[in-house]
Design a protein around this ligand. Structure first.
Ligand code: TXA
Ligand code: MG
Length: 344
């Protein structure tokens, strides 16, 4: 891979024209650029340019069997990347009216124009319309949908700020567009829809900001079968993911914590309040809280990857994570913690 200078260009809400132009020019020239979305930062390329898409896999060191998410700037562009089956069309439209632009990704039959590299040879494509207006402005200016996975190296923590992208990909990409901290902080919810006799079935392949509770009016919700090494693409998720370099243990039972003397342990706590969770369990070398004080799930989701990164940089031997209640956004937070945990 060519080592190069990675520029960071600021794109504040009022004044992002220059950033849009710089990013669009690079994308039009077949480059990859890191862009802000409302979930996590994405590493984008023109979806119809297979050479540019190949750069995404190289930069991330991502195996080619893990397919990418395609981002459309406008609703009509959906028909350029996917073919919506007639038997689920009404449900798809209802879902898009409710959640697009936003953190909901749909798995749909792919349009033949989408290069196989994007979908790893699958007959389906993952599509969403980002809620971030800078991201959409760049897609509109380019006039092409963008393939964009999270802008981290494969298997690592997703970046929720331009600084985090820089730590992951400095020297590997020409530009990071800094749109500030991501407002959701967790990757989009990925769903698959199937027509049913009475109601459609919605399978949540990856839990995220659009929760089961928010989806249940649109169909019967189904949990996916767990993927395994032999079949990582059922349903397109590898088990180990989102992992810090420091080993992390999601401590679901206190008895499983057997600290070794001389080792440094840090705690990822939900509230950080003394007397709650595992705060008093040990004399922690470092502690980060997902939602200080009362504990609120949206704040916990928003801060998860940021706090994990901070603990990863604290020189610990192990990170212990408290489990949180699996309702609403808590499902997505626990999914990420389980995938990061050595006990998974
Ligand atoms: O919020 C997000 O979705 C972020 C931002 C940048 O948009 N993107 C993101 O992309 O999380 P990535 O590549 O890190 O995760 C995409 C997931 C992968 O687990 C992949 O296996 C799955 O989507 N996926 C992609 N295409 C699929 C398909 N056709 N069928 C099943 N799973 C698919
Ligand atoms: Mg990712």
């Amino acid at each position: 891979m060519i080592v190069r200078v990675t520029n960071i260009i600021s794109a504040s809400d009022e004044d992002y024209k220059e950033a849009v132009q710089a990013a669009t020019a690079l994308l039009a020239a077949g480059e990859v650029v890191a862009l802000p979305t409302e979930t996590v930062y994405g590493l984008a390329a023109n979806v119809f340019d297979p050479v540019a898409v190949a750069k995404i896999f190289a930069v991330k060191e991502r195996p080619s069997f893990d397919p990418l998410i395609v981002h459309v700037a406008t609703r009509p562009d959906l028909d350029r990347v996917a073919i919506v089956p007639d038997d689920i069309r009404v449900t798809v439209e209802k879902l898009l009216n409710a959640f697009w632009p936003g953190p909901l990704t749909l798995i749909l039959p792919k349009h033949p124009d989408i290069p196989d590299l994007v979908t790893s040879g699958l007959p389906t494509v993952a599509v969403r319309q980002s809620g971030n207006k800078i991201f959409r402005a760049i897609g509109k200016e380019l006039g092409q949908p963008l393939a964009a996975p999270s802008a981290n190296r494969f298997g690592r923590i997703s970046p929720t700020s331009a600084t985090a992208v820089h730590k992951e990909l400095d020297g590997r990409i020409p530009l990071i567009v800094d749109g500030g901290a991501c407002s959701e902080g967790l990757e989009s919810t990925i769903i698959h829809i199937e027509a049913g006799e009475k109601r459609p079935t919605i399978t949540i392949l990856r839990p995220g900001p659009i929760t089961k509770e928010m989806l249940q009016n649109f169909g019967k919700i189904q949990r996916p079968k767990r993927s395994n090494e032999a079949n990582p693409m059922a349903p397109g998720m590898l088990s180990s993911h989102y992992a810090p370099r420091t080993p992390l243990l999601l401590l679901e039972r206190v008895e499983d914590f057997r600290p070794e003397s001389g080792k440094k342990y840090g705690l990822l706590s939900y509230t950080g309040e003394a007397g709650r969770g595992y705060v008093n369990l040990y004399s922690w070398s470092a502690m980060e809280c997902l939602s200080p004080g009362n504990g609120k799930l949206p704040e916990a989701a928003l801060r998860l990857f940021h706090t994990l990164r901070k603990l990863d940089e604290a020189g610990l031997d192990m990170i212990i994570a408290e489990p949180i209640t699996e309702v609403g956004l808590g499902v997505a937070v626990m999914d990420r913690l389980r995938r990061a945990s050595i006990s998974f």
